[in-house]
Design a protein around this ligand. Structure first.
Ligand SMILES: Cc1cc2nc3c(=O)[nH]c(=O)nc-3n(C[C@H](O)[C@H](O)[C@H](O)COP(=O)(O)OP(=O)(O)OC[C@H]3O[C@@H](n4cnc5c(N)ncnc54)[C@H](O)[C@@H]3O)c2cc1C
Length: 324
């Protein structure tokens, strides 16, 4: 028999787990379906900017969020969602191994950073090789770094690193930098940034952590430079094939959301890195996950003819105005 839930959440990253906590705590039946626990949190061994914790790690945060969610009676299965479709009684969620029905859905499928594709890249991940400059540049105060990537990602990476690192090699394939003119002008003025055009990274090496990179230019000339950190900014993959027929997707491939995680479909809400929000960071994913979870809960309460949880509340009694 097909199992039915009031809310099904796609993804057990910080957005999905936070949505789950807020749905399950209201005693609505809730299932999180995810390929793994934590999503991109698994790429963060040292987490410095999650408010309220001084020293944490991505996997530890994922485990804590999961325990909190399960303690409120939420359910979780590890599986991959292949398709979501509208049916008369709600939404049908087809996975690799099974099928479920939900009244409302929260999408939190996040994204996956693209690799550079050089040998040993994964062995040096978080040991000198990084995929999120805005997250990890602060670890490189006064150290030598390189950044390689495309378009605006590369420009932003170069600017962020130039504020922290003693030296930044900015490596790109083309003859000229592409993207925002002000950002390019800003980079060109930085004394600690060396532009390395018409080049790519041939190899990376080190012992326990990254020590050097070998740069290959278009004429075939090789040059090896010592670096402490290499930032790979090749963009990310967001896969929304399973739901793209039901929600609106913007030109960047993200789910368009409005206040409270609303999408173009009245029963589908979304949060986290796969959405159109700026500043893709954990605390933002958690906050938006909570809002999307509450919106989904309110949606199912409305189906039952109940008022749900008010987003905001204001009442004037006599001379006093009360805000909640
Ligand atoms: C290297 C790196 C370092 C970072 N460091 C920091 C940092 O220091 N501080 C910070 O605030 N942010 C950091 N970030 C960003 C942060 O990790 C993300 O903003 C955050 O994880 C987004 O959460 P999310 O829940 O939207 O998505 P994700 O974390 O990507 O989770 C998505 C989940 O959905 C699952 N999923 C996807 N598709 C399906 C499907 N079809 N079926 C089932 N499951 C599916 C995935 O398996 C995953 O579990 C970093 C990111 C990277 C890549």
């Amino acid at each position: 028999m097909v199992q039915e839930y009031e809310v099904i959440i796609v993804g057990a990253g910080p957005a999905g787990l936070s949505a789950g906590i807020f749905v399950a705590r209201q005693k609505a039946s809730c299932l999180i379906i995810s390929k793994d626990l934590g999503g991109q949190l698994n790429l963060i061994p040292k987490l410095e900017n999650y408010p309220g914790t001084l020293m944490s790690s991505g996997p530890l945060l994922a485990k804590t969020l999961e325990s909190q969610y399960l303690a409120f009676g939420g359910e979780m299965i590890y599986d991959t969602i292949e398709k979501i479709d509208e049916i008369e009684t709600g939404l049908r969620v087809k996975t690799n191994r099974s099928e479920y029905i939900a009244k409302a859905i929260v999408l939190a499928p996040g994204k996956v950073p693209n690799n550079l594709g050089v040998q040993n890249e994964s062995a040096f991940a978080n040991k000198g090789v990084h995929y999120c400059t805005k997250c990890d540049a602060p670890f490189y105060q006064g150290r030598v770094t390189a950044t390689v990537g495309v378009g605006g990602y590369l420009l932003e990476s170069g600017i962020l690193l130039s504020r922290m690192a003693s030296k930044v090699y900015l490596i790109y394939k083309g003859g000229a930098l592409g993207g925002d003119k002000d950002m390019i002008a800003s980079i060109e003025k930085k004394e600690n940034v060396e532009l390395v055009p018409q080049s790519s990274i041939k190899s990376i090496s080190g012992n326990n952590s990254l020590q050097s990179i070998t740069i290959l230019d278009n004429s075939g000339k090789e040059r090896t430079v010592q670096v402490d950190g290499l930032f790979i900014e090749m963009g990310s993959k967001i896969n929304l094939d399973f739901v793209k027929h039901l929600v609106k997707i913007n030109t960047k491939g993200e789910i368009e959301v409005s206040e409270g995680g609303k999408t173009a479909h009245p029963a589908i809400f979304a949060a986290g890195d796969a959405t159109s929000i700026p500043y893709k960071q954990i605390v933002a994913a958690c906050g938006d996950g909570a809002a999307a979870g509450l919106s989904a809960f309110n949606y199912i309460e409305k189906l039952k003819g109940r008022p749900g949880i008010r987003a905001d509340w204001k009442k004037t009694i006599g001379d006093s105005v009360f805000h909640y």
